[in-house]
Design a protein around this ligand. Structure first.
Ligand code: ZN
Length: 413
């Protein structure tokens, strides 16, 4: 539990922090008995009871009678985050598809819709139009709008953390998009809209709920069409001065290499990304998700060209990853997106490169593991980001903001 309260204090700040700590605990860790909450917070039993009652009064938690399991005395009630108590709208924009979902407390996906795009990458207007249409159907469900506390968006490309501005999305060809502002205008819901890079949000979700739970130093390496990293260092996201850290796909690995969507050439993603896989397999590099699925199906059956196409990514992936491991000293590298799907075939070659190139100063090698949340990681990370204001201040989380158009801070809390 992160915010340990000062027992006995009556200040509003302490009360808010206590409520925040209790709600965050049951949201992230699942149901907890009152006894557990007493032990975790150091607060006394009656204070915990009052705080739980306050959260229950807001509809954010519910209590169930505990099971004594043979222990003497009265069983301690179990406190659950109420997945219907507060909802966020989570949006995950990838190069080839879009997912929109309503997500309840506890990060329970209530309902989701997905749309795949084929052919050329979609225009910004097409994507915004689809977000609008798909969101409308989800928000029309009874009770959803009243309990909505935020919108979280996972976007392709570097996203300025201050205001959710996308300067440039190389693999979509978009430039200068005030994404948080555009989506806030479009949906007009009166709740904060938070936009972050898909890899940063994937790292957040894996750290909180997936393969990186309990690991405070990790690199999440995500391949959509391009490649990005979300870095958690000392338990905190490492995002840089403006939010652009982790654009590892644009590290130059061959100055004379293939042109990259960013305008440079020989970037890492040109040799380990989706287009490299398709090119290796003799497919159209811009063929998209259906071509990728075809290559993967062939590789799974052992078809030599497809297997070789995947394995050809392993060496440059391992070489770049070794550099990241030497830079950030993670305990774990989580492979996300396409890399997670390819992991069984990639791992032997990746491990060989890591063994050669990671500076070995102790006997504990970095672990490389596939994502546990799969393609949902950025979506769930977006949901977590959108829940953050409510988790930080559970009683004010339902306050509607007058406008989310005037100023990035409001649109991107
Ligand atoms: Zn590039």
């Amino acid at each position: 539990m992160r915010a340990i309260a000062v027992p006995g204090s009556n200040s509003e700040t302490t009360r808010r922090d206590n409520l925040s700590a209790l709600l965050r605990e049951v949201h992230l860790a699942g149901p907890r008995s009152r006894s557990d909450l007493v032990a975790l917070t150091g607060l006394n039993r009656s204070t915990v009871g009052d705080l739980v009652a306050e959260l229950a009064g807001q509809g954010l938690v519910r209590e169930q009678r505990g099971d004594s399991l043979g222990a003497p005395g009265r069983p301690s009630p179990t406190v659950h985050a109420d997945s219907d108590g507060a909802l966020v709208l989570a949006v995950s924009i990838a190069v080839h598809w879009l997912t929109v979902a309503t997500v309840g407390l506890g990060c329970v996906v209530v309902e989701r819709v997905r749309r795949d795009w084929s052919g050329e990458p979609p225009s910004l207007d097409r994507v915004l139009g689809d977000i609008h249409e798909m969101s409308r159907s989800l928000l029309a469900r009874p009770g959803v709008h009243e309990r909505l506390v935020g919108v979280g968006v996972a976007a392709v490309g570097p996203v300025r953390s201050r205001d959710g501005y996308v300067h440039f999305a190389p693999n979509l060809g978009w430039t200068a998009v005030p994404m948080a502002e555009r989506i806030a205008d479009l949906l007009d819901l009166g709740v904060p809209v938070m936009v972050r890079n898909q890899s940063d949000l994937g790292a957040r979700a894996e750290h909180l709920r997936g393969a990186g739970v309990g690991v405070d130093d990790l690199v999440y390496l995500y391949c959509d069409v391009g490649v990005g990293a979300g870095i958690v260092s000392g338990g905190r996201p490492l995002v840089g001065a403006r939010g652009y850290a982790g654009e590892v796909g644009h590290m130059t690995v061959d100055p004379e290499g293939s042109p990259c969507g960013c305008g440079s050439r020989g970037c890492w993603e040109t040799v380990v990304g989706e287009r490299a896989l398709l090119r290796n397999a003799g497919h159209d590099p811009d063929g998209g998700v259906h071509e990728v699925d075809a290559v993967l199906r062939s590789a799974e059956t052992g078809e030599p060209t497809a297997v070789a196409a995947v394995e050809a990514l392993a060496r440059p992936l391992g070489i770049g990853m070794a550099g990241l491991v030497n830079l950030f000293d993670p305990r774990v590298v989580v492979l996300g997106g396409l890399f997670a799907r390819l992991a069984p075939l990639l791992m032997p070659g990746v491990e060989t490169e890591l063994a050669q190139r990671v500076l070995s100063v102790d006997r504990e090698p970095v672990r490389v593991i596939p994502s546990r949340l799969g393609e949902d990681a950025p979506l769930l990370g977006a949901a977590e980001r959108a829940f953050e204001p409510l988790l930080a201040d559970p009683l004010r989380g339902f306050a509607r903001v007058a406008t989310v158009r005037d100023g990035g801070a409001m649109a991107n809390v």
